[in-house]
Design a protein around this ligand. Structure first.
Ligand SMILES: [Zn+2]
Length: 368
């Protein structure tokens, strides 16, 4: 028993799961951030070991079952049964689902168990408008209106500016005339993937204003992710000017994932009251080192700024592993603090509950 065992989790950032049986190569592709599984054996990794250790028993197999036995049993049960078992066993009450990236066909985890809530990807709002608006000014007005509309039923906003022009977002919002000039060029070039840095900075600042007005946190992808980002451009420290400029704006900023910059993210949460840090990080990816990664994040981050998430996507194994590995490693970390008499049991329980659910509940009033 550890203090994390019974915490009902809020998974404050995840994605839909695949609503059909995956092919073996597709499953292996889900175990990596590379674009495809490639020629490497993706099971032969920390994440592969975690699936065999923690997911196999949920499908009635012994721990450490071989990848072949795992996939055979999964196919025998079928995707729906496997998905139900894995998601239910995660012990999550609320799933905050980024709908900007979903498998096809996809299923929100909240349709299986717990409650699902939408996180709106702000770039998607701009990109959807591009083919419909008649002028650059129409794009700016349409974005303001469209984001408010999409946000009406959502619990948070999310930006992937890290993947496009990087996190060096200016502290000042570009004036509308500069954003309109940038929008003109972007629309002329086809207006598909929002990648103009000036227009993107404007979109992020507008979303910040709208998030503050509606009480919705703005999540930033930072650090490790798919292979179309430049890791050198996604250190959350690059957001320092933006964070300094928005500290009194009323918006809550959530730094997602963060690895290998989780210590930098923790520093930002330390110095800026409106910044929270997502400690779900990439726990399934870092394997036996998860205790240390969690401990590093907790060096500087105020404990009420730390949030759990899985970033699970496509494979329900990832939603499951996010939760069980958080319970396992965070529980072990707090056990070691208790053994060292660094903390009393009541405070350890408060810390575990806060990170698992309480801090996210406070940040997302719409969860009710
Ligand atoms: Zn994500």
């Amino acid at each position: 028993m550890t203090v994390t065992d019974d915490v009902p989790l809020i998974d404050q950032h995840c994605h839909a799961v695949l609503a059909r049986d995956p092919e073996p190569a597709e499953f292996a592709g889900g175990l990596t951030e590379a674009a495809t599984a490639g020629t490497r054996d993706r099971w032969h990794s920390s994440l592969g070991l975690a699936v065999r250790r923690w997911c196999a028993p949920v499908l009635d197999l012994p721990a450490h079952a071989s990848p072949e036995d795992y996939l055979e049993r999964r196919a025998e049960l079928g995707w729906w049964e496997a998905t139900q078992r894995l998601l239910r066993a995660a012990g999550v009450e609320h799933w905050l689902v980024d709908t900007g990236h979903a498998p096809s066909p996809g299923l929100g985890p909240g349709e299986v168990c717990g409650a699902g809530h939408e996180v709106v990807r702000i770039e998607q709002v701009a990109e959807t408008l591009a083919s419909r608006v008649e002028s650059p000014a129409g794009l700016l007005d349409g974005f303001r209106e469209g984001l408010r509309e999409r946000a009406a039923g959502a619990v948070a906003l999310k930006t992937v500016v890290a993947y496009r022009s990087g996190l060096d977002v200016p502290g000042e919002c570009p004036p509308d005339r500069d954003a309109a000039a940038a929008a003109e060029g972007w629309l002329r070039s086809g207006g598909t993937r929002l990648n103009d840095p000036v227009l993107h900075a404007w979109v992020v600042h507008e979303a910040t204003r709208i998030g503050a007005e509606l009480g919705l946190p703005l999540q930033f992808h930072t650090g490790f992710g798919d292979d179309d980002l430049h890791l050198r451009e996604v250190d959350p420290l690059l957001l320092t000017d933006f964070l300094r400029a928005t500290r009194d704006s009323g918006v809550a900023v959530v730094l997602l994932h963060c690895w290998p910059f989780h210590r930098n993210a923790a520093y930002l949460a330390h110095v800026f009251d409106h910044v929270s840090v997502d400690i779900g990080l990439t726990l399934p990816f870092v394997g036996v080192r998860a205790d240390d990664v969690l401990a590093e994040a907790l060096e500087l981050a105020p404990f009420d700024s730390v949030l759990y998430s899985s970033d699970g996507s496509v494979l329900p194994e990832l939603h499951h592993l996010g939760a069980v590995l958080w319970r396992h490693h965070f529980g072990r970390l707090l056990d070691s603090w208790l053994a060292d008499d660094m903390v009393d049991i009541g405070t350890a329980e408060r810390l575990a509950f806060g990170v698992g659910a309480g801090n996210a509940a406070r940040l997302h009033p719409r969860l009710g």
